[in-house]
Design a protein around this ligand. Structure first.
Ligand code: ADP
Length: 478
């Protein structure tokens, strides 16, 4: 049995805090995975003061030199990848392959944004005034706060921090309470890569204490949040009330439409991967599937066979394809949602309304009404609601009849249907014959409707827009 990892705050370049709070390994509840400190107002104050003091000289550092530090951090994450991935499995529960992939994502993100140290950050325009040139330049916001969830505990902090830092901002990160160690590893890598003290700070603690204090502080010029819609909308009000910039990525209820002309096996592979990978705990995961009558039986047979391959187990054991659910409260929610669906007349082709500790087998529920809670509410687990639809138009309408709009998919061999679907579906990301989860790091990502603040996209070149504002400079040359 390994001894617990020890998480720390990173404040003003110092790794600090008395690590007393226990986080148990969701795969082995008798083991303490991490000990972490719990910050409060004093830690938030110290981190903001440090960030504000460090930000100007960081912004004045030549961008290629800022990029070199990010590239060095990527290198350190690569060297430490095995240790970070194992700690990630112990605190969050996903499989080692999934965790290693996630650390790889963080590395790629720092490589991408590190290389932007050489990229153009403005434009040059002709002026209508004689002897004058007009240029634009992107300026950092100043001090920015990042509030992140537990489901991608290193990738999400990385894909927010890297564009913030390359743009010349100083950062205070408030990671999720359940996963303090991944953020600590990120802080250590940046610190060891030579990032000046105060430019990147990590404060652990409760959302209502640390997160709320960051949101209210007038020295924080922008806040990027990923998490639940309820908390996101509350933060948006706080930030809007003081005129600060806010970016939200929130819930989803991502649907896939499976049409008669699709290959049933391939469609089942696409849907199973989207629904059950990462224990269904991705905001882009598939949680509802709409099926037309001609493919229904063959598709459901293939899907049930695939679901039975996702037996939950310890993510550190070789061969485990699906890890446990992250917490007691989440697993209780899964069990009651499935029980309610059964009580309302749904049939379970796979899975049950029960768990063994935090191990919860994937659920495939059929005969789910279009407006039933299982088909409309975000549950955030390996639970798939199958809804019958008569044809393409009904399926598209059902997918769009949701307050959410993060990802959506279609399985079809028809170019006409796939083109129409990508045009008309209300989702920020659309996949044709590919799982709704699984994204490239260099392209824009974000949702619409209640899934997003609908302002700025994350990832790729679009990501730096949120962390910068555009200055316009007129220069007379005579
Ligand atoms: P989840 O259900 O995935 O845990 P939450 O929205 O509750 O989603 O949490 C996402 C992040 O938001 C976490 O870091 C959490 O600590 C933080 N958080 C929760 N409540 C608040 C709040 N009232 N103010 C600021 N941050 C919060």
């Amino acid at each position: 049995m390994s001894s617990p990892a020890v998480a720390q705050h990173l404040i003003a370049g110092e790794l600090v805090g008395e690590a007393a709070k226990e986080r148990r390994n969701p795969a082995r509840l008798d083991q303490v995975a991490v000990l972490s400190p719990e910050g409060g107002k004093a830690e938030v104050e110290a981190a903001i003061v440090a960030a504000a003091a460090a930000q100007r000289s960081w912004a004045d550092t030549p961008a290629p030199a800022r990029g070199a530090i990010l590239l060095r951090a990527a290198q350190l994450l690569r060297e430490r990848s095995d240790e970070i991935a194992e700690d990630l499995v112990r605190e969050e529960g996903k499989t080692l392959a999934e965790a290693t992939g996630e650390v790889g994502r963080a590395i790629g993100v720092f490589q991408f944004f590190g290389s932007l140290g050489w990229a153009s950050t403005g434009s040059i325009y002709p002026s209508s005034f004689p002897g004058t040139t007009v240029t634009t330049r992107r300026e950092p916001l100043g001090v920015v706060a990042l509030i992140t969830p537990w489901n991608f505990p290193i990738a999400i902090p990385a894909w927010k921090a890297a564009p913030a830092l390359i743009s010349g901002n100083a950062v205070v990160l408030k990671p999720a309470e359940l996963t303090p160690m991944s953020a600590t590893h990120l802080g250590r890598a940046l610190h060891d890569a030579g990032l000046p003290a105060g430019v990147f700070n990590v404060v652990h603690g409760r959302g209502r204490v640390v997160g709320d204090a960051l949101a209210r502080d007038r020295r924080v010029a922008g806040l990027s949040f990923t998490g639940s819609t309820a908390v996101g909308l509350q933060l948006q009000q706080t930030l809007n009330s003081r005129g600060a910039r806010v970016q939200l990525e929130m819930g989803g209820k991502n649907g896939v439409l499976v049409l008669d002309d699709a290959d049933p096996r391939k469609a089942a592979q696409v849907v199973a991967a989207g629904a059950f990978s990462l224990t269904g705990q991705a905001c882009t995961a598939t949680s509802r599937v709409y099926v037309t009558p001609g493919i229904r039986q063959a598709f459901l047979e293939e899907l049930t066979t695939l679901a039975s391959g996702y037996t939950p187990g310890d993510g550190l054991d070789a061969g485990t394809k699906m890890g446990p659910v992250v917490s007691d409260s989440q697993v209780e929610r899964h069990v009651s949602a499935v029980q309610d669906a059964v009580d309302a007349g749904s049939r379970l082709l796979h899975g049950e309304p029960r768990a063994d500790g935090l191990y919860f087998a994937p659920v495939v529920a059929t005969e789910v009404a279009h407006d039933a809670p299982l088909a409309t509410e975000e549950i955030f687990g390996p639970i798939l609601a199958v809804v019958d639809v008569p044809d393409y138009e009904a399926g598209l309408a059902a997918i769009n009849d949701s307050p959410y709009g993060l990802t959506a998919g279609i399985c079809t061999d028809s170019l006409a249907y796939s083109t129409d679907f990508t045009n008309r579906v209300e989702a920020g990301v659309v996949k044709v014959n590919r799982p709704t989860s699984g994204l490239d790091l260099h392209v824009p990502f974000g949702g619409i409707k209640d899934s997003s603040s609908n302002t700025f996209r994350e990832q790729g070149h679009s990501a730096t827009d949120f962390y910068t504002w555009e200055k316009t400079i007129y220069t007379g040359t005579d």
